[in-house]
Design a protein around this ligand. Structure first.
Ligand SMILES: O=C(O)CC1=CCC(=O)O1
Length: 96
């Protein structure tokens, strides 16, 4: 199943810079591992914001939920999830 996930990050201004950098590095490694596994298919920065739009390709909503709960930045994120399905006009054979 494909899902569009919008994530906005709001780190507290008083979080020590070193702690913030450590969490971001852990988040990056977690995200890149899921990208290599094909579960996190796309990640795009939203221009001008500390936010991203991502596409996940997972078995079901439960798997997506489990992945999102493990995001190191999860405690400081606002997340919205939209289920996707194939558009009848798509010419991409890898859309499903
Ligand atoms: O920078 C972000 O948008 C938050 C984030 C999610 C995965 C990642 O590597 O960073």
């Amino acid at each position: 199943m494909l899902f569009m996930v919008e994530m906005a990050v709001n780190l507290p201004p008083d979080m020590p810079a070193e702690r913030a950098e450590q969490i971001k590095a852990t988040e990056k490694a977690y995200s890149q591992q899921l990208q290599r596994e094909g579960k996190w298919r796309h990640i795009w920065r939203v221009a001008g914001l500390y936010a991203n739009v991502s596409i996940f390709d997972v078995k079901d909503a439960q798997e997506l939920h489990d992945i999102l709960m493990e995001l190191p930045l999860y405690p400081w994120m606002e997340i919205s999830v939209t289920a996707l399905c194939r558009h009848p006009s798509s010419i991409r054979s890898d859309d499903k």
